[in-house]
Design a protein around this ligand. Structure first.
Ligand SMILES: Cc1ncc(COP(=O)(O)O)c(C=O)c1O
Length: 379
């Protein structure tokens, strides 16, 4: 490789600038010994014995690879069965599968919209939605986070094709006002598209799961609560027929592995049992109660995503490093993933955490973040 080329020079300068701004991202293999409060394995399925056993069984029944794109010969009975199960669960008429939620969102936006459309999206929707909308050429207007009145005010000023939100927000853990947004979309004759990546199969105290009652199109991912890999878009038969005929990501990409589809199907049969759901609900309540006792101010969330606002980029990195030294893995989230000045520890809870795990986490957080050092959440 020519390290003196113009491109190599630009890459080097880019990395140096990110380093300077405290925004350089790197990766590392995380030791198994760390207590993981960073992942999205909310129901503890990702590395569970039960899912491993089901994977071993699946290997005797389905192929590892799909061998082709879905419209050629890659679409198989296992895909069909998974789509049917997802439809049964959510009330949608039809579904189509993707290898990741990121590609599903990008594909959705790029296929549905063009420069003839105006689309409203919550200020905090996922990067994959924004990237897809940019590719589509649609006019994008961002309404204030979880603020249906802000969306309504924008919809008064222009004809809107669709409104996009997440059900449970990935970095804040709070929930969209789906009923109000649904009503607004009905008034505007617009579609409501809901990214349900972090809400799907998660127990909620208020029972407010997303389904076809709210969403015209719903994205679900298999890499969070289901502990697997892949994603699906769900909607009407018309929607899915249109996607199958026009979505370039779907038409020109190898279909999801039948093994991954079978595994997601197996995971779906496990998620609703009380032994998976109740420990997660208990852990969320325990964590919030202990934080309150310790004077730690959390953002208002009753989901497994529990952010602790820190503000400054360097401070959040230092805190994550200090937690790591104490054997705890927590996500340090900085801009551009979250707005400037709102760097945070993204703490995620799972059904597999024990009471002791959570008590230990809160005691270390209490030591590292005495009340006077904390940033008050702006609600
Ligand atoms: C809200 C949201 N949507 C979509 C995705 C992408 O899903 P996947 O990880 O399956 O690519 C993520 C990933 O974290 C997410 O947080």
């Amino acid at each position: 490789m020519n390290h003196r080329s113009k491109l190599a020079q630009r890459l080097g300068e880019g990395l140096a600038a990110q380093q300077q701004a405290g925004l350089l991202r790197t990766r590392q293999v995380q030791p198994q010994s760390l207590l993981d409060f960073a992942g999205n394995d909310y129901l503890g399925l990702a590395s569970s014995q039960v899912l491993n056993t089901l994977a071993a069984e699946a290997l005797t029944e389905v192929a590892c690879g799909s061998g082709a794109s879905p419209l050629v010969s890659g679409y198989c009975r296992t895909h069909q069965a998974l789509e049917a199960k997802l439809c049964q669960r959510t009330g949608h008429e039809a579904a189509l599968l993707f290898c990741s939620g990121f590609s599903a969102n990008q594909a959705l936006m790029k296929t549905l919209f063009s420069d003839a459309d105006t689309v409203l999206a919550d200020k905090l929707v996922h990067a994959s939605i924004i990237d897809g909308l940019k590719d589509s050429g649609a006019r994008l207007r961002r309404f204030l986070h979880n603020d249906a009145a802000s969306a309504a005010a924008m919809a008064q000023k222009q004809s809107v094709t669709a409104l996009i939100t997440e059900s449970v927000f990935s970095m804040d853990g709070d929930c969209a006002p789906l009923s109000q947004l649904r009503q607004l979309c009905d008034e505007q004759n617009a579609w409501l598209i809901v990214d349900d990546a972090h809400g799907f199969a998660i127990p909620r105290d208020d029972g407010g799961a997303c389904d076809s009652q709210f969403a015209d199109v719903q994205l679900v991912t298999f890499g969070k609560a289901l502990g697997c890999q892949g994603a699906a878009l769900l909607g009407s038969q018309l929607f899915v027929d249109y996607m199958v005929a026009n979505c370039r990501h779907y038409i020109y990409s190898t279909a999801l592995s039948p093994l991954a589809a079978q595994l997601a199907l197996s995971a779906l049969s496990l998620v609703d049992t009380p032994i998976r759901q109740q420990p997660l609900l208990d852990n969320i309540r325990l964590f919030r109660a202990l934080c309150q006792q310790a004077g730690l101010s959390l953002l208002p969330s009753d989901t497994p995503i529990q952010p602790l606002l820190v503000g400054d980029n360097d401070t959040v990195m230092a805190l994550a490093a200090a937690l790591r030294q104490r054997g705890i893995l927590v996500g340090a989230i900085r801009p551009p993933t979250v707005p400037v000045g709102s760097a945070r520890l993204r703490i995620t809870l799972s059904a597999r955490h024990s009471r002791q795990d959570i008590e230990y986490l809160v005691s270390v957080l209490g030591e590292l973040l005495p009340p006077q050092s904390q940033v008050e959440p702006q609600i």
